[in-house]
Design a binder for this molecule. Structure first.
Ligand SMILES: CC(C)(COP(=O)(O)OP(=O)(O)OC[C@H]1O[C@@H](n2cnc3c(N)ncnc32)[C@H](O)[C@@H]1OP(=O)(O)O)[C@@H](O)C(=O)NCCC(=O)NCCS
Length: 179
């Protein structure tokens, strides 16, 4: 089973039994405010079941649970784009508010970046951050991502148009960072 140790926990595949903790930690408006609308709010036990069902038992999973104190309290993962964007992976993550500000995501993003570049045919990893999400921007910058562009008023959240910040890392930049 694929696992990555972190100082305060580990990244490991989602599994049955994670549902209660997932629903409890994910159901938070302050998380929802910074992610896509397909992320449920409130996050119900049924949502948790379907997440675990579709993400468990992959050989090389796209999503890994962030486990702290033996409980799944966040996710970090990626989706590979298609067509002419097929060498791009979009990275995404969230963490239970109980654990914010402890450096967990600053450790998890480099680990996930390494996992993607070493195991998948990807030439560019990018992240989309909604305006005002200072924590996520700091995590990406600390992980070696470049602030690439701002898409003015590209997103809508809570009936408000928001700028979207694109952060990216190319495989060549990843190699340079790890020389
Ligand atoms: C964004 C998020 C993933 C950060 O995770 P985290 O584990 O708390 O981040 P870290 O503790 O590694 O913090 C990284 C840096 O950001 C700073 N930071 C964290 N949250 C912050 C906030 N709300 N405001 C300002 N700075 C913040 C930390 O102080 C730290 O700064 P440093 O590098 O100078 O020490 C987490 O807050 C979260 O899940 N938010 C909701 C979902 C979300 O935004 N997902 C990302 C969508 S792009």
């Amino acid at each position: 089973m694929i696992t990555f140790q972190l100082s305060l926990g580990r990244l490991r595949p989602w599994r049955e039994g994670d549902e209660d903790s997932l629903a409890r930690h994910a159901s938070n408006r302050r998380i929802w405010n910074n992610v896509r609308d397909f992320f449920p709010y409130p996050y119900t036990p049924r949502d948790a079941h379907s997440w675990v069902r579709s993400n468990k038992s992959y050989q090389q999973p796209n999503n890994l649970a962030i486990e702290i104190d033996g409980q799944a309290v966040g996710n970090i993962g990626f989706t590979i784009k298609d067509d002419i964007y097929r060498y791009n992976a979009e990275i995404g993550y969230w963490l239970s508010e109980d654990y914010w500000g402890q450096g967990i995501m600053s450790e998890a993003v480099p680990v996930m970046t390494d996992y993607i570049f070493k195991n998948f045919q990807v030439n560019r990893i990018f992240a989309c951050v909604l305006d005002g999400n200072v924590g996520s921007m700091r995590v990406l910058e600390a992980s070696g991502y470049r602030h690439e562009s701002v898409h003015l008023k590209a997103a809508v959240k809570n009936n408000q148009y928001l700028d979207e910040h694109i952060f990216a890392m190319l495989r060549s930049e990843f190699r340079e960072l790890n020389r």
